[in-house]
Design a protein. Structure first.
Length: 305
């Protein structure tokens, strides 16, 4: 069984809940403020670790109270923190999140995440059978260096290009599995897409984006499920109907669960079905990192439908 190596962001999520989102210039009364471990890198690592994968997180924290709390939380999840660095140069990454009617808005202040550099990922001991995961909350040159090293070692690379930004052709060509939603797909391909577009159109756009003939592109569509373009093969994984209370971290749960399954040697379609079920469980709970399910919970969910 391989390991999962996640190079990515670590944030403290400061979550304000309210009955509705304020309009520009408006103040609304909130219900409560909550503090949750988050950051796309940390969330994906927590998801993978809780689902049984041996998981290493590469990233940076500030030497502040949020940093101390996050390090303790991540250690409690069984994640290897040997490649985690603490710095005086910046504060710990922070996300300000408002949640109303199960939808969220997010402002991310990178802090120490912006200092994760190529040297941070150059010493990580990856081996064939492992899975390397990253996302766009650390500098793109660092991700490129990480994936270049992973590909040299025969390691599967999984990229979640969120928050969406333009990337180099070199970085895209280093990605084995690209996991993104319809908005991110449209942005990267330079076309307008919405979650109501037909699957055929999504596949056409994904095909335009493919950097290699053997590259897999997975488009996550929330309750509509997942579309996968695996090389030349197209298939869909149906969505799961659940009552969502907080969608924060659902995409990260999906990516972490997918990585954990791939590290176990599970075939792509089965891995995507498992990841979809894991994400459906996560949206029924508050918070990002703390909402990630265990393997037993996902197995029970798959058994019930």
């Amino acid at each position: 069984m391989g390991r999962v190596f996640v190079a990515g962001s670590i944030n403290m999520d400061v979550v304000a809940t309210a009955d509705r989102h304020p309009r520009v210039g408006e103040t609304v009364a909130g219900r409560q403020v909550l503090y949750f471990p988050g950051g796309k890198g940390a969330n994906q690592a927590v998801a993978a670790s809780r689902l049984g994968a041996r998981t290493t997180l590469i990233g940076r924290l500030g030497k502040d109270s949020f940093g101390g709390e996050l390090k303790a939380f991540l250690g409690d999840q069984g994640i290897d923190l040997g490649y985690l660095q603490e710095t005086n140069e910046a504060h710990t990454g922070t996300a300000i999140i408002t949640v109303a009617a199960a939808d969220n808005t997010i402002i991310v202040i990178p802090g120490a995440n912006a200092l994760v550099g190529p040297d941070d990922v150059s010493v990580v001991p990856m081996l064939k059978g492992d899975v390397a995961v990253s996302q766009f909350e650390i500098p793109l040159p660092t991700i490129t260096a990480f994936f270049r090293r992973a590909r040299e070692a025969g390691v599967v690379t999984v990229l979640n290009p969120a928050p969406a930004q333009k990337m180099s052709g070199e970085l895209l060509s280093l990605v084995d599995i690209l996991v993104l939603n319809e908005t991110e797909l449209g942005f990267l391909a330079g076309v307008e897409l919405s979650d109501s577009d037909e699957a055929a159109r999504m596949f056409d756009v994904a095909r335009q984006l493919q950097a290699r003939q053997d590259q897999t592109i997975c488009v996550t569509l929330g309750k509509r499920g997942v579309l996968a373009l695996a090389g030349r093969e197209e298939f869909a994984v149906p969505g799961r109907a659940v009552k969502a209370v907080d969608t924060t971290g659902a995409g990260d749960c999906f990516v972490g669960a997918l990585a954990a399954q791939l590290a176990e040697g599970v075939a792509l379609r089965a891995a995507l079905t498992f990841a979809n079920a894991a994400a459906a469980i996560s949206v029924q709970r508050m918070g990002a990192g703390p909402s990630m399910p265990t393997a037993a919970e996902v197995a029970a969910g798959l058994g019930s439908g």
